[in-house]
Design a protein around this ligand. Structure first.
Ligand SMILES: O=C(CO)[C@@H](O)[C@H](O)COP(=O)(O)O
Length: 230
C-alpha cells in the first residue's frame, strides 16, 4: 500500500493571533501537514482566512500547507494561493462543473497538488472522473460534516464513500475532515482514509501530540486490512 498516513491539524481551531507559533507547535508534535480552511462567505456561511494569511504563514514554516477552498469560484484563487505559498489546493466538486480539467491543470502548473472535496450530500461517483482523468487530482477529501465550522459531530455514514474510494483506488490519498478524533478515527481508518484532518480534538486536547500520534498509529494499523476485504 503506497499511501502514508498524513495527519493534518485544522488550523481554524488554532489561535489565529499566534498562527506561526501554533503551526510550529503542531509540526514539532508530529503533524505531517497543516490544514488551512479558506472560507470567504459564499459556498459556506463563514469567513476564515485567505491568501494573505497563507503568505504570512509561509514566511515562518516550510510545512506542507494543505489548503481546502470552500469557495464557489476556485479558478479565481489558483494563482493567489500559489504565489502565497500553498502546497495543496483542494476545490469542491459541487462547483467544478465542466471546467475541472482546466482547473486541475492550472493548479498543477502553478506548482500545487490538486485535490477534490465532496460535501456529505454529494454522491461519491461524482469524483470518479476527476480521479481517472488524463490529468487527475491527487487527493479526494470526503467531508464528514457539513463544511463551514469546526467542532461538529462526525458523520459515520460517510465511511461508505471512503470504502468505495479505497477499494477502487488503492494508492490514492483519501482525506477525511470533520469531527475526527480518538472516537471517530477507528471507523475512518478501517474504511481506508489515510489523510486525517482534526481541529478541535487536537487543539482542545491537554496533550495534542498524543492525539496526533493516536491518529497516525490507528491509520498504520488499519492499512494492511484494506487490501484484504471483499
Ligand atoms: O473544514 C472544516 C469545516 O468546514 C474542518 O477542517 C473543521 O475545521 C475541522 O474541525 P473539527 O471538526 O475537527 O473540529
Amino acid at each position: 500500500m503506497g499511501v502514508s498516513p498524513k495527519i493534518a491539524p485544522s488550523m481554524v481551531s488554532s489561535d489565529f493571533a499566534n498562527l506561526a507559533a501554533e503551526a510550529k507547535r503542531m509540526i514539532d508534535l508530529g503533524a505531517n501537514w497543516l490544514h488551512m480552511d479558506i472560507m470567504v462567505g459564499h459556498f459556506v456561511p463563514n469567513l476564515t482566512i485567505g491568501a494573505p494569511v497563507i503568505q504570512s504563514l509561509r514566511k515562518h514554516t516550510d510545512a506542507y500547507l494543505d489548503c481546502h477552498l470552500m469557495v464557489t469560484n476556485p479558478m479565481d484563487y489558483v494563482q493567489h494561493m500559489a504565489t502565497a505559498g500553498a502546497s495543496g489546493f483542494t476545490f469542491h466538486v459541487e462547483v467544478a462543473k465542466e471546467n475541472w480539467q482546466e482547473l486541475v491543470s492550472k493548479i498543477k502548473s502553478a506548482g500545487m497538488r490538486p485535490g477534490v472535496a465532496l460535501k456529505p450530500g454529494t454522491p461519491v461517483e461524482h469524483v470518479y472522473p476527476l480521479v481517472e482523468g488524463t490529468s487527475p487530482v491527487e487527493m479526494v477529501l470526503v467531508m464528514t460534516v457539513e463544511p463551514g465550522f469546526g467542532g461538529q459531530k462526525f458523520m459515520p455514514d460517510m465511511m461508505d464513500k471512503v470504502r468505495a474510494l479505497r477499494d477502487k483506488y488503492p494508492s490514492l490519498d483519501i482525506q477525511v475532515d470533520g469531527g475526527l478524533g480518538p472516537l471517530a478515527i477507528d471507523a475512518a481508518a478501517a474504511a481506508g482514509a489515510n489523510c486525517i484532518v482534526a481541529g478541535s480534538s487536537v487543539f482542545g486536547a491537554p496533550e495534542p501530540g498524543d492525539v496526533i500520534s493516536l491518529l497516525r498509529t490507528t491509520v498504520e494499523k488499519a492499512q494492511p486490512t484494506w487490501a484484504l476485504r471483499e
